[in-house]
Design a protein around this ligand. Structure first.
Ligand code: FBP
Length: 564
């Protein structure tokens, strides 16, 4: 029995993603450039990656003399949180492999890196791929957050790859997963394995970007999905005129998602964690600022508003950050013991004795559910921020502050807050044309890197604000992007996370306008993602990307009615 699908689903299955010019031909070759180095910690990284350190940049260009097109066996794995477009990376891999040689085979490892370690996979056939073209989610082969890091994991991978006669593995993941891909590449090279490892930059958080990687895939779709919802809430707020909406957005440590959504929708308040950290703004000051905007708006007769807060905020408020860092070191030492303590109060008591006096005070002031979440770390050592209800914490603290102000006759504001969290809704959305095209191109380009026998690279596609035929594909050695960071109390090599830069155009644009947005209702309503129609609407990149690449953002009104 065939599954019922919507008309839009059917139309999207038939969408043919666009490729950069150099990838549309079989006459493709990989050109190698100058050797590379990381920006910092060179000696340490060289010591840890003796075989893959210093590899050259790679560019995929049109031309004869490219690598042979013998059949290849390639594996693919989806690692970490879902990001729209993952299935298109796989479709791109499949089509590139088959167009060069019908005998090539693609295998999908199941449930993330754990499937690679356990050797659990399935062959991806044309029928299966066709069911998932341009779809959201990672359900074709599922994802997971296991980490390939221990010696026994690396050895198991080598054994599995040899049994599968695997020429290459593509790891679709974020900064941590691409780092682990580099560790695996280094190990396999040292062991004489023929399997090469290529990473693909995935994460809705938008924090895997640098001079070579212009954007991680999924960011575009997730931000557009959240922006539609925020716009709808702004419209509801101005209709009901009685609620303050506190919206927390996913995005882990970095505030790129919050900033992009702010640029798209212009809510009254958007907190940017990186600014709070840089300026050393305390929780009390944040609460006072929000209460002041609530008061000033109420004086203008507006007892409503919309606030956006990035989920990473707690890690950037100086007092809370210092406390989280201390907790991480304690957990690095005593995690098992702490988790074995059955009762919450016992854990608090234990930690109070081990945290500095100041951090113990901060920890004890937090609600119990937040205290518990802060004791968890994922396999990469990250606090599971998506479970910290920061919007509720802020709602409570601002309510108290407004009450205080009222009792002192300082405000008449009516403050009725509602909390929202937009996260998982955006991670598996149907990819925008931008993400569909970008991901398909990443998959296609990854095959060229494998054919060129490159290993320890992240595939990249640049020039993303131009039409896709002008995009440029290549590969970036992972060692070039590494630096040493302390995780769980230990210095380890990781790809440097790109946080919001206060000197960059997206933040400056936001900062120039926020005072007006706070008091006036200058909300913008982006509406739902458009998959068909004028490319200025349906293929447009994020405002972040356009501003970073210094391209003027065409006002929404000017787009309407224009055709390609
Ligand atoms: P990645 O970093 O793996 O891309 O995941 C991104 C993310 O969606 C974060 O924004 C969020 O904090 C986290 O995953 C949630 O993790 P989980 O899926 O384990 O709940």
């Amino acid at each position: 029995m065939s599954r019922e699908i919507s008309a839009l689903q059917r139309a999207r299955l038939g969408y043919q993603p666009k490729l950069p010019k150099a990838l549309r031909t079989t006459r493709t070759k990989v050109e190698l450039g100058a050797p590379t180095e990381p920006a910092t910690d060179r000696e340490k990284i060289k010591e840890l990656f003796p075989n893959t350190y210093g590899q050259p940049l790679a560019a995929i260009v049109e031309g004869e003399g490219g690598p042979v097109v013998a059949p290849l066996n390639v594996g693919v794995v989806l690692s970490g949180g879902q990001a729209p477009g993952g299935h298109n990376v796989i479709a791109g891999l499949f089509d590139a492999l088959k167009s060069a040689n019908e005998e090539s085979r693609l295998f999908g490892f199941l449930k993330g890196p754990g499937g690679v370690i356990k050797g659990q996979y399935k062959e991806l056939t044309a029928e299966l791929i066709d069911e998932y073209r341009n779809t959201g989610g990672f359900d074709m082969i599922m994802s997971g957050r296991d980490k390939i890091e221990k010696p026994e994991h690396l050895a198991a991978c080598k054994k599995n790859f040899a049994e599968m006669d695997l020429d290459g593995l593509v790891v679709i993941g974020g900064d941590d997963s691409n780092t682990n891909a580099a560790v695996l590449a280094e190990y396999l090279l040292a062991e004489g394995s023929k399997t090469v490892i290529i990473g693909a930059p995935k994460t809705i958080d938008g924090d895997m970007k640098n001079g070579r990687i212009e954007a991680s895939f999924g960011f575009d779709t997730a931000c557009k999905t959240y922006s539609e919802l925020i716009g709808n809430i702004c419209r509801d707020a101005t209709s009901a005129v009685k609620y303050w909406h506190f919206i927390r957005l996913m995005g882990r440590a970095a505030s790129h998602v919050a900033l992009e959504c702010a640029l798209q929708t212009q809510p009254n308040i958007t907190l940017i964690s990186e600014e709070i950290h840089t300026k050393g703004i305390t929780l009390e000051e944040i609460v006072n600022y929000i209460a002041d905007v609530v008061h000033r708006r109420s004086q203008a007769g507006k007892n409503y508003g919309v606030l956006v807060v990035p989920e990473g905020l707690p890690e950037f408020i100086p007092d809370i950050k210092a406390m989280i860092d201390e907790l991480s070191s304690i957990l690095g030492r005593d995690e098992e013991y702490i988790q074995r303590l059955g009762v919450h109060s016992e854990r608090v008591q234990y930690l109070s004795g081990h945290l500095s006096e100041r951090s113990a005070r901060v920890y004890s002031c937090l609600p119990q559910d937040i205290q518990e979440v802060l004791l968890r770390r994922d396999s990469h050592g990250n606090v599971p921020l998506s479970q910290v209800e920061t919007e509720r914490l802020l709602m409570d603290l601002v309510s108290n502050r407004i009450r205080q102000m009222k009792s002192r006759g300082k405000t008449n504001a009516r403050f009725s807050p509602l909390g929202h969290f937009f996260g998982y809704e955006g991670r598996s959305a149907m990819p925008t044309n931008f993400d569909a095209n970008y991901c398909y191109s990443l998959g296609f380009a990854a095959v060229q890197l494998i054919r060129a026998r490159l290993t320890g690279y992240t595939v990249n596609v640049q020039n993303l604000t131009k039409p896709s035929n002008e995009w440029i594909a290549g590969g970036t050695p992972v060692t070039m992007m590494l630096n040493m960071e302390v995780r769980k109390g230990k210095a380890v090599p990781v790809i440097r996370k790109a946080l919001v830069d206060l000197e960059d155009a997206p933040f400056k644009k936001f900062a120039e306008n926020r005072e007006r947005w706070a008091l006036n209702d200058e909300y913008v309503f982006p509406g739902p993602i458009q998959y068909f129609g004028p490319p200025e609407i349906s293929d447009a990149p994020t405002k972040t990307l356009a501003l970073e690449k210094d391209e003027a953002i065409v006002p929404e009104a000017e787009l309407v009615g224009r055709s390609s």
